[in-house]
Design a protein around this ligand. Structure first.
Ligand code: KG4
Ligand code: ZN
Length: 341
């Protein structure tokens, strides 16, 4: 058992880099303090195609990387010579996109003669809660909901996690993104569904919750098929606000139900909610109310730390560097990788 009260953190400024998908981000972090967190989004570019095009993403990272990094140092008021380490997301993600961040981080590490550390993207999401003022107990339960992942995890201590529940097909973010595309709403789908759902009737179109019974796993592929059938059946008569509200309601209800079940099963007193979908206001509200009823503390970072950003990578690195962990200059970008056990 432990808590962040006694947690050892790296005491020099860390420059952190994130480029695993469609955001180029650089941040400066000292201990738990975020001095800057700059995100250059590629969303406008990918909107044209309705999703992320890997080759285009990699090239956009090349263009945005150095200006973003310079901006992060400037906003933090930190000189390159003050940096104590370079942290970078090296897994999992789009390999071309990751490689841009990893190469940049290696070059910085060699040029400045400071340690390099590669961080798992989901460990970054899990440690994003260190960016709050809250005292974080270990172990705790964490719901990670992003574009590629939907997992319920027991976080034994920073950097050590065990998956207890997961999606057997699509991620929650994918369900938002695919649903939005079918309803003719913009990319990324989560925010456009959230906006379109305002004032909509969430009970108008009942949709399937996937997997029945006493489970803490998820299945969202049936939901996507159901939205497709709905769009085909209703045609132009479809009420988009009601459909968006129904879709959001279904995803929020499933995530809340399974997260509470996991907390009870694990006997946790704290749940953390992280990842891009944690930016969803309906989910934050519903899970907050359910946790309150169950006497469970819900910790969720501000929205800027939920969607992809480099500060969360710096926070995860702060813990590992304080333990003396570093990566070699042979650090590789890995498209697939399990959570650090
Ligand atoms: O963590 P993230 O930024 O990137 C990945 O690691 O995948 O998550 C991106 C996902 C996308 O599917 C996006 O639609 C979703 O997060 N998202 C949202 C909201 N903002 C972003 N989903 C629901 N409501 C939101 N407000
Ligand atoms: Zn992410």
């Amino acid at each position: 058992m432990g808590a962040t009260d006694g947690l050892k953190l790296f005491d020099r400024p860390i420059l952190a880099i994130e480029s695993s998908c469609d955001e180029t981000s650089a941040a400066v972090v000292v201990g738990r303090r975020i001095l800057s967190n700059v995100v250059a989004s590629q969303i406008a570019m990918h909107q044209k195609w309705g999703g992320v095009v890997p080759e285009a993403a990699a090239r956009a990272h090349v263009e945005a990387m150095l200006p973003t990094l310079v901006e992060a140092l400037e906003q933090a008021g930190i000189q390159r010579r003050d940096l104590g380490a370079i942290a970078v997301t090296n897994r999992p993600g789009l390999v071309g996109a990751l490689s841009v961040g990893v190469s940049t981080a290696k070059a910085m590490s060699v040029a400045l003669g400071v340690p390099l550390i590669g961080i798992h993207h989901l460990e970054g999401h899990m440690m994003s809660v260190l960016g709050t003022e809250e005292e974080i107990p270990f172990p705790h339960t964490c719901l990670i909901v992003s574009g590629g992942h939907t997992e319920l995890v027991e976080v034994a201590e920073p950097g050590h996690a065990r998956i207890v529940g997961m999606t057997i097909d699509d991620a929650a973010g994918e369900a938002f993104d695919k649903g939005a595309r079918l309803l003719g709403l913009g990319y990324p789908g989560g925010l456009s569904i959230q906006n379109a759902a305002k004032g909509g009737n969430p009970k108008r179109y009942p949709l399937p919750k996937g997997l029945s019974g006493d489970t803490i796993d998820f299945s969202f592929s049936g939901l996507k098929t159901a939205v497709l059938r709905l769009v085909e059946k209703e045609g132009d008569a479809i009420h988009v606000a009601d459909a968006a509200a129904s879709l959001q309601e279904t995803i929020v209800a499933v995530l809340t139900e399974r997260a509470i079940r996991a907390v009870v099963r694990l006997g946790s007193d704290t749940l953390t909610l992280v990842g891009g979908v944690a930016a969803n206001l309906a989910l934050r509200e519903r899970l907050g109310a359910s946790c309150h009823r169950e006497g469970v503390r819900l910790i969720t970072p501000p929205i800027s730390l939920c969607t992809d950003n480099a500060a969360m990578i710096g926070l995860a690195a702060s813990v590992r560097l304080a333990r003396g962990e570093t990566s070699g200059i042979d650090l590789e970008a890995q498209p697939n990788a399990d959570l650090p056990a």
